[in-house]
Design a protein around this ligand. Structure first.
Ligand code: ADP
Ligand code: MG
Length: 339
């Protein structure tokens, strides 16, 4: 047997990156989450070639202080929790401190950032985990991450990427879902210099549904509302007339986080079932607000899975708020006037 040795940091980061960063869309998701956590209210995402060669994310959030920059790129470094106890009430989207170290291990990263207190900003370049440049630069408050040549040093990973068009569509998809999760943030998405999405950030969920999914869907949704002791439900569900043959339009969010949950999917579909044919799925944009101590988001590195301490309450609230509204509604499609 060979001698047992601890891997070097860079190798550790590359291995970890395999879990967090599967494809360009994961980079976009992680960096947008960071911008949201930094309290940005305008976030721009620009990509080229499906994000494989170029992803730039600009926010107007709080920026990263000069002294924090190097630390931010270390694995398990975070400003969002201090101990395992804080996992009981995570209120930020990030908390694992893995995104920046992972991305920097497998791409060429340039960061330009300025905090409100500083006169000048900092430009920091790190490639394949190796620091290249750290210099002062004039720039606006907030943060810009430029990620070039994802997986350039992990060819096996790169081979698994799909075509640029497909990768771009994954990115568009995740941005749309996040935009619906934060109606108060203006999102702009550009692919190959073309604007694909631009939301106003005016806080109105229905406006975003209209903006992203179009008039037919926006004029055929009904508002869902309800609350129990620990669960608030708010959002929109599509009338059966706009039900679909797949689950792509089933979106729900817990405390502003886009997640997948078997319990919520089931509650939605069971409530919807008697109003539509089998194998038809609803459009939903539903926000749940649940106290942090009832949920565990530390289930998977991508933070897309979630566990509830109050499964029955969550299921019941989602089920009943949808069922009640559908039962009471005239479900014929809204009349759209032909001009
Ligand atoms: P996490 O989000 O889990 O804390 P990350 O690796 O994504 O870990 O980021 C590390 C740290 O870098 C964050 O905790 C945050 O303090 C800082 N950071 C990252 N992106 C931004 C940003 N856009 N604006 C301000 N701070 C940021
Ligand atoms: Mg993060």
């Amino acid at each position: 047997m060979a001698k047992i040795e601890l891997l070097d940091q860079n190798t550790i980061n590359q291995i970890a990156a395999g879990e967090v960063i599967e494809r360009p869309a994961a980079v976009v998701k992680e960096l947008i989450e960071n911008a949201i956590d930094a309290k940005a209210n305008a976030i721009t995402v620009e990509i080229k070639e499906g994000g494989i060669s170029f992803i730039r994310i600009t926010d107007n959030g709080g920026g990263i202080a000069r002294d924090d920059i190097k630390v931010a790129f270390l694995r398990h470094s975070t400003s969002k929790i201090r101990s395992a106890l804080d996992l009981l009430h995570v209120s930020s989207l990030g908390f694992r401190g893995e995104a920046l170290s992972s991305i920097a291990a497998i791409a060429q990263v340039e960061l330009v950032t300025k905090t409100p207190g500083e006169l000048t900003g900092i430009r920091y370049v790190i490639e394949g985990g190796v620091e290249k440049t750290m210099e002062e630069i004039g720039c606006p408050e907030g943060t810009t991450f430029l990620i070039r040549n994802l997986f350039y040093n992990t060819p096996a990973r790169r081979k698994f990427l799909k075509s640029a068009t497909t990768e771009a569509s994954y990115i568009g998809d995740i941005i749309e879902r996040i935009a619906v999760s934060h109606p108060n943030i203006s999102f702009k998405f550009m692919s190959n210099n073309q604007v694909k999405l631009h939301t106003s950030g005016n806080g109105n969920l229905k406006d975003i549904v209209y903006n992203i999914y179009g008039r037919e869907i926006a004029s055929n949704v009904v508002e869902v509302n309800g609350s129990s002791e620990n669960v608030d439900v708010y959002g929109y569900i599509g009338k059966p007339i706009i039900s679909r043959g797949n689950r792509n339009y089933e979106n729900y969010y817990i405390n502003g986080r886009y997640v997948k949950s078997g319990i919520i999917t089931k509650a939605i579909e069971e409530a919807y079932k008697s109003y539509t044919m089998s194998h038809r799925y609803p459009f939903t944009a539903i926000h749940l607000t649940i106290p942090g101590e009832f949920i565990d988001v530390n289930v998977h590195p991508t933070k897309m899975e979630i566990r509830f301490r109050n499964n029955d309450e969550v299921y019941g609230m989602v089920y009943h708020s949808i069922k009640d509204i559908l039962a009471g509604k005239e479900l014929i499609p809204a009349v759209t006037l032909v001009e």
